[in-house]
Design a protein around this ligand. Structure first.
Ligand code: DAS
Length: 335
């Protein structure tokens, strides 16, 4: 038996960045360059390189990520891959990983990785992260888990992974559940399993449905709501306080009622972990029970950016309100 055939699909980000002089760096490298910089990968896999895009990840869109998914499907089929690794910028890596996780209809391991320190920095983590990602994509333990995020020798489920530190190589965390596994001397160990993320159908491109995201803050009187209500958005995600609350002035703003009448409104928590509450507080208009009574949909275990990804794909598919509600319910342990 030969070595596992592992695809490396490069999308840009710091892992693909080269120094500009003056201390800054720009994503320029393609998949073949990343492979050349880590020749030892050929000892653990038969790597195949494909450059999908060379973007700084703040510029990656939902459309780019849907196209990336389609490229990955073709890459696996054309090259008869046993696993595939996506390299991308860490700023939106959690959204990229969750989008492909929602769309991935295969047991073939799909691992997303990146880097915090570019290749010109002491202790550049790109080659180590790429190596760990390739080893994970080549592992039978990663089959059937959907998209995984591998950085800093930890294995995370895409559904839970978040960038939790802006500049430390231990940037990625899974606050609600913890990582699924780790690498021990380069060998992936995945003792914890997650159920597969419920799949959604790939949308027709371009995705014209735009979903707004508002994060509440102390004293938020909903002043931005009219802009959302008149902005032609297909939905709104609110990152509410802790248990999923908003100020009364926000909840009672006429534009909030207008939005609830016209588009799906999803409530996530701006807290780092856990789910919005369902049945703990009442008696104030921004409470979770009052918001649910008015039709607000809980994001369940999804943080606000991931809830926005899901709502964007559902809105793009033209899903009616009850199917949007049902889709989010599958991300919640609570009824
Ligand atoms: N923050 C950089 C990175 O970690 C840039 C980006 O996300 O593209 O990759």
């Amino acid at each position: 038996m030969g070595l596992p055939r592992i695809g490396i699909a490069a999308c840009g980000g710091t892992i693909a960045a080269t120094a500009d002089g003056g201390g800054t760096a720009t994503p320029r490298l393609g998949a073949a360059d990343l492979l050349d910089a880590a020749p030892w990968l050929r000892d653990i896999a038969d790597p195949q390189a494909r450059t999908v895009m060379t973007k700084a990840s703040p510029d990656i869109t939902v459309d780019d990520t849907v196209r990336l998914h389609d490229e990955l499907v073709a890459f696996v089929r054309d090259e008869r891959l046993d696993g595939v690794v996506v390299t991308s910028g860490t700023d939106t890596l959690e959204e990229v990983a969750f989008t492909v996780d929602l769309l991935w209809d295969s047991d073939v391991p799909l691992v997303v990785t990146g880097a915090i320190r570019n290749a010109s920095k002491p202790g550049a983590d790109g080659p180590a992260n790429l190596t760990a990602a390739v080893a994970t994509a080549a592992s039978a333990a990663a089959r059937g888990l959907g998209a995984l995020v591998v950085l800093n020798d930890q294995v995370h489920a895409a559904r839970y992974a978040r960038k939790g530190n802006s500049g430390n190589v231990a940037a990625f965390v899974s606050p609600t559940v913890g990582p699924l596994g780790y690498l021990a001397e380069g060998v992936p160990v995945i003792p914890l399993r997650v159920s597969r993320t419920p799949r959604v159908d790939p949308p027709v491109l371009p995705v014209s449905a735009a979903v707004a995201l508002l994060t509440t803050f102390m004293g938020d009187d909903g002043a931005l709501l009219p802009a959302v209500a008149s902005g032609g958005f297909a939905g709104l995600v609110v990152a509410g306080f802790g248990g999923g609350h908003v100020p009364a002035a926000f909840a009672e703003h006429p534009a909030f009622a207008q939005l609830l009448d016209s588009v799906p409104v999803v409530l996530a928590s701006r807290a780092n972990a856990g789910e919005p509450l369902r049945a703990t507080y009442s008696g104030f208009s921004g409470s979770e029970t009052e918001l649910a009574r008015r039709g607000v949909i809980s994001a369940g275990c999804l943080d606000a950016p991931k809830a926005r990804v899901l709502l964007t794909l559902l809105a793009a598919a033209g899903e009616p309100p009850e199917r949007v509600r049902a889709a989010f319910r599958r991300f919640s342990a609570l009824p």
